[in-house]
Write a protein that binds this ligand. Structure first.
Ligand SMILES: Cc1cc2nc3c(=O)[nH]c(=O)nc-3n(C[C@H](O)[C@H](O)[C@H](O)COP(=O)(O)OP(=O)(O)OC[C@H]3O[C@@H](n4cnc5c(N)ncnc54)[C@H](O)[C@@H]3O)c2cc1C
Ligand SMILES: C[S@@+](CC[C@H](N)C(=O)[O-])C[C@H]1O[C@@H](n2cnc3c(N)ncnc32)[C@H](O)[C@@H]1O
Length: 613
């Protein structure tokens, strides 16, 4: 594995006189000067027997090592849009350790007018240059693209999908050996579906032998342009099983978790039924505005990475939802002395794109917030303030929705019955996702969820710049929302005057002058219950019973976490590749508490066996 790439503002690309992008680091070209698009079609598309390989398939997965300009993937999408099997989905996983800025990709791709429309769509969602997985989508084409910005060997360890075809497109093995190492070839083999095809331009002996050692049948074919030969390889086939019928899915709960799930299932080609007890937004997701910000208390380990990825995905999806975004960007202020060092580290973290998180001195914080603030802070470019009703409305617009309170979920054959309080059947589905906040623990009793009551206060006042510190204050479409209280062992949703006073105290920690101008008697409010888990991380994934899934425990950051975690749940439910690196999927897996309990039991059993009698 190479050292983790250091993200810099500098582009990894240099431009030759022939107009072909080159890598000074590897002293090689991104694609052939004899014609990059023709080369992509010959080496990778023909090399993987496309489109024949996806004929009759409802899902097809392509992996690529070396995303570069995105040219191979555009050639793939261009073929897919012309030959896509009816209703089928294409999942692409591509890896890039040295991402180029969109400007360079734009310059490279401008050479092919026939790809102009696809190139424009790719460039419009060009991934942030930050370490981690990034999801892009072409929903109308049924295409999902997960891009791993990291070293190839690390990415293959982190990805949990299985590719039906691989484009191996590192620079030449002599110049870029890390892309062709035994570790990388083993990763490709591990993450290959039965019968997977591989296309590559190199016939280097080590690559051929490496693939053969993993059971691939390797064949040399005539190469592109001046290259004498290229390689095709194929993994052993498995018996062909009939394409499964599309499953039916039901989502219980119409808050941000449920709406995100509806959107995510639809993006993967399945139209779920939503069952909501009252109305979308009736629970914690119904405030006038919500701040979309990551948890920052977790450093740059998996929790920090999870929230950084979630923020990027949430920002992109809210931006696409009509009229959902009230404001872009937010300021996080220091609260405790140790925050200064912590914030320095966060601003330099490679989890966020360079420039997306800015370290702010007190003077800059004051300038942004419009009043004198003694603390420094962080400016988050990708934070959003959203109007929940608009986001929910957009994502639920095309959904089938039943208003009913689910009292129980019962297995019937391979499916599930949703049952009301009188035992009447509300609906049946192959897949059921519990997205009903705390109520998920009543429908699946082992879920470790607890209530954390919260009240926000609202005032008709100047709309502030979004700020979070000890408390938070954000603009709504009518004024200002701030708070919020956090109370355990209290499941009441009544609005309390004393909580308005507590919220004013919180507001004074971030915007003291504004807090001084507000009269508690003029405030309105809304109270609801957060669902929290013992480790304050969400539950996103399968339950022990097949076909049953949960997205809950979103705590105080549901609007940041839900859009990405819903994609995780939908992917797991439909057998599609996960958008999360494996270590991140683990920390939100609903089975983690039971697994930890089992590990503790095993350890104590071992200690007892080992103890002298
Ligand atoms: C005061 C306060 C302020 C907050 N501010 C923010 C913020 O600014 N940013 C942020 O990211 N997060 C914020 N949060 C947290 C955020 O609101 C939650 O994380 C998020 O709303 C949880 O969404 P959910 O969909 O899981 O649950 P909910 O929004 O509670 O949705 C659950 C839905 O399920 C339905 N339901 C329940 N039981 C059943 C059943 N048996 N059958 C059918 N339907 C059922 C309910 O009617 C409800 O609509 C705040 C929370 C509070 C309390
Ligand atoms: C030949 S170019 C790929 C061209 C690309 N497929 C396209 O369509 O433009 C090889 C790519 O591999 C990337 N790369 C090199 N070493 C890597 C590594 N260790 N891990 C991941 N990517 C790497 C390079 O940055 C470069 O973008």
């Amino acid at each position: 594995m190479t050292d983790p790439p250091k993200m810099t503002d500098a582009s990894p690309v240099a431009w030759g006189a022939d107009g072909v992008p080159r890598s000074p680091r590897f002293d090689d070209v991104y694609y052939s000067s004899a014609g990059g698009l023709d080369e992509a079609r010959s080496v990778f598309l023909d090399g993987c027997d496309l489109p024949d390989a996806w004929a009759g398939r409802s899902r097809f997965v392509v992996g690529e090592l070396g995303f570069g300009t995105g040219l191979n993937i555009l050639a793939l999408l261009d073929l897919w849009r012309r030959t896509r099997p009816d209703g089928a989905h294409l999942h692409v996983f591509s890896v890039e350790a040295f991402p180029m800025p969109a400007g360079d990709a734009h310059r490279a791709l401008a050479v092919w007018p026939e790809l102009a429309d696809l190139a424009a769509r790719l460039l419009a969602q060009w991934p942030r240059r930050a370490r981690g997985f990034h999801r892009l989508a072409f929903v109308d084409l049924g295409v999902t693209l997960d891009l791993a910005i990291m070293d190839a060997a690390e990415a293959l360890d982190a990805w949990s999908g299985q590719a039906d075809a691989w484009f191996l497109d590192g620079f030449s093995p002599s110049r870029n050996p890390e892309m062709w190492s035994p570790d990388v070839l083993a990763g490709v083999a591990r993450r290959s579906a039965p019968g997977a095809r591989i296309g590559t331009f190199t016939v280097a002996g080590a690559v051929r032998r490496g693939l053969e050692a993993h059971g691939f049948q390797v064949e040399k074919k005539p190469g592109f342009a001046a290259k004498r030969e290229r390689l095709e390889a194929r993994a052993p086939d498995a018996p062909v099983s009939p394409a499964p019928r599309a499953p039916s899915a039901a989502i219980v709960g119409g808050g941000i978790a449920g709406a995100s799930l509806v959107r995510a299932f639809q993006a993967l080609g399945v139209r779920p039924l939503l069952v909501e007890a009252v109305a979308p937004g009736a629970g914690a997701s119904g405030n006038d505005a919500a701040l979309v910000m990551p948890r920052l208390d977790a450093g740059s380990g998996p929790i920090g990475a999870l929230y950084a990825q979630a923020l990027a995905r949430a920002a992109d999806l809210y931006d696409q939802a009509s009229d959902a975004v009230i404001a872009h960007g937010a300021v996080q202020t220091e609260v405790e002395p140790k925050d200064a060092g912590r914030f320095d580290r966060i601003a330099q973290s490679e989890l966020f794109e360079i420039g997306a998180v800015e370290r702010l001195a007190p003077a800059s914080v004051s300038e942004r917030l419009g009043e004198t603030i003694a603390m420094g802070g962080l400016g988050f470019r990708d934070a959003r303030v959203v109007e929940p009703a608009m986001a929910l409305g957009d994502w639920l617009r095309a959904a089938d929705c039943i208003v009913a309170q689910v009292a129980a979920i019962e297995p019937v054959g391979d499916a599930w019955r949703l049952v009301d309080g009188e035992g009447g059947e509300i609906a049946r589905a192959d897949i059921v996702c519990l997205a009903c906040g705390l109520e998920a623990a009543r429908l699946a009793p082992d879920l470790p969820l607890a209530a954390l009551r919260g009240q926000v206060s609202m005032a008709v006042a100047a709309e502030p710049v979004a700020v979070i510190g000890g408390g938070y204050a954000i603009p709504t479409r009518r004024g200002l929302l701030f708070g919020a209280t956090h109370d355990r062992n209290d499941a009441s949703a009544e609005v309390r005057p004393e909580d308005h006073r507590r919220n004013l105290d919180l507001l004074a920690t971030v915007l003291p002058a504004l807090a001084g101008q507000l009269n508690p008697a003029d405030l309105t409010g809304r109270a609801s219950l957060r669902a929290v888990t013992p480790d304050f991380l969400p539950l996103a994934g399968p339950l022990a019973a097949p076909g049953l899934f949960v997205l809950s425990g979103l705590g105080s950051r549901g609007f940041c976490a839900a859009p990405l975690l819903a994609e995780q749940v939908a992917a797991l439910a439909l057998g599609a590749p996960s958008p999360l690196p494996a270590p991140l999927a683990e920390i939100v897996h609903p089975g983690r508490f039971a697994a930890r309990r089992n590990r503790r039991l095993m350890r104590s059993a071992k200690v007892q066996v080992a103890a002298p009698t």
